[in-house]
Each structure stands twice: as C-alpha cells, then as structure tokens.
Design a protein around this ligand. Structure first.
Ligand SMILES: Nc1ncnc2c1ncn2[C@@H]1O[C@H](COP(=O)(O)OP(=O)(O)OP(=O)(O)O)[C@@H](O)[C@H]1O
Ligand SMILES: [Mg+2]
Length: 234
C-alpha cells in the first residue's frame, strides 16, 4: 500500500511547496520512494532529473484522480501532494484522500490565526512550523508565540523546519547536479519524523552524512516502473 501525504492550508506562502519537495528529497535520501504531486494551477511542473523522487503533474481534478490512483497502486511508495493557497474545497478534498495531513505555518500572527482555523477544520491534521528562525532570540520569540497562541494544540505541532536559503534550489525547474550537504541533512530531518508517524523504519538521521551520496544522486529505485505508470500524468 502506498501512503498519501497532503501538504495544505488556506494561507499563501507558508512553505507548502518547499516542504513537499524537502520531504520527498529527504524520503529519497532515507531510501523511501516518493512522488511529489503538483496541484497548484499557478505553478509549472518541475523536472525530476537528479532528484531523489519523481514529480507528477495533477493540476486538473481528472489528472489528480489518475495520479492518486496510480500512486496507490505502487507498493511502498509515498505520494506527497502539494496543495495551493485559498482553495478550501480542494483542501477538503485532499484531506479526505490523505493518511497524513501537514499544515505548514510561519511565525507570524496571520499564519498562526490561519493554522488555528485549519487545525479546527481538519481534526487529523498536524501543523508544522516552517522557515523557523535559527537565531536563538528570534527562535525563542517564535517558540513563545506558538506556546501562547497554539498551546491548546501542542500535541498536534511537529518540530520546526528551520529557515534554510538553499531550500529554494529544490524549487528550481532543474536542480543543480549536487545539493549542499546542509540542505540534504535538513531534508532528512523533515522526512524522519514523518516516517516515524507512519511507523516506517528508517536509518538514523543523526548518523554521519555519507559524502558520496551528496555528489552521486542515485536513481530512485524502481523509478523506471513508476515513470511508466505515472507517464500519462506528466
Ligand atoms: N524552510 C525554508 N527556508 C527558507 N525559505 C523558505 C523555507 N520554506 C519556504 N521558504 C520560502 O518561502 C517562500 C514561500 O514558500 P513556498 O512557495 O514553498 O510556499 P507555498 O505555501 O507553497 O506558497 P503558495 O501558497 O503560493 O503555494 C519561498 O520564497 C520559499 O523559498
Ligand atoms: Mg506552493
């Protein structure tokens, strides 16, 4: 059985797309096969070349149904569906499809107000702080904001994804031949807790980074099969 993960939320610019791609890259680095699914009609599909995951274009309802169907038929794969802002009905649809639902939010009052509503609307969803400040003082303030505004939901808030400027490399149409190690490590740290929630075994993310892996992106195992299966959805 494949797992379907949705990254949704009503507010724009919270980091849904970045998180979806970091998660997929991290899953790949932890030897888990995944497909990052584009649903945002305002965005262009990204080239899968060099990534540790596949990409699928599901910008129409029809294509989404086909892609989800195909992913479900791929044993032990994961589909990570990147939502889009201001699409309440689509968010509800994706929520209904998913085993795990993630709601990214940044450390702003507006993000926090919106994620509060989304946590109410989607009772199974988990919120995940993104672009979280790394400066100790800013981080303390941001953590306090969570405690004061979202304390009630503390059991549904995952560890933060810290701001990392190289994350934008994953949103390039074609990624560079090699990615910086801090980005790969950040991607692993995003993926590991998700695998833990889904009770899927994985290697320890704190183990020493295998330098060879950084410079020699191995093809996704079983990629050819999945590409054939997902082919019509591209
Ligand atoms: N962890 C991060 N570190 C640094 N920058 C980030 C991080 N996550 C997101 N960003 C930046 O924040 C901006 C918005 O991110 P992104 O496009 O992923 O949000 P989104 O929720 O998908 O937006 P939309 O609602 O338009 O789909 C981008 O410029 C992105 O590079
Ligand atoms: Mg987006």
């Amino acid at each position: 059985m494949a797992e379907i993960i949705c990254v949704i939320g009503n507010k724009g610019g919270t980091g849904k797309t970045t998180l979806s791609h970091m998660l997929c890259q991290g899953l790949g680095l932890l030897n888990q096969r995944s497909v990052c699914v584009l649903t945002d009609i305002g965005r262009e599909p990204l080239d899968p070349e060099g990534r540790r995951y596949l990409t699928a274009d599901a910008r129409s309802r029809d294509a989404l149904a086909k892609v989800v169907d195909k992913i479900r038929g791929l044993n032990k794969w994961m589909g990570v569906i990147d939502g889009g802002a201001n699409r309440s009905e689509m968010d509800r649809h994706l929520y209904g499809l998913a085993h795990l639902v993630l709601l990214p939010f940044r450390d702003s009052h507006e993000d926090i107000r919106t994620v509060q509503q989304d946590l109410e609307t989607f009772p199974r969803a988990l919120a995940i702080p993104t672009q979280w400040p790394t400066n100790p003082w800013a981080r303390e303030a941001a953590d306090k904001l969570i405690e004061s505004q979202l304390g009630h939901y503390r059991n549904r808030i995952l560890e933060p994804v810290f701001a990392i400027s190289s994350s934008k490399l994953l949103l390039q149409k074609r990624i560079p031949d090699s990615l910086p190690s801090p980005l790969s490590n950040a991607c692993r740290r995003v993926a590991a807790p998700v695998l833990d929630i889904l009770r899927i075994d994985h290697e320890d993310v704190d183990s020493d980074v295998d330098e060879a892996m950084e410079h020699d992106p191995a093809p996704v195992r079983g990629r050819a099969d999945a590409e054939t299966t997902l082919g019509t959805a591209h």
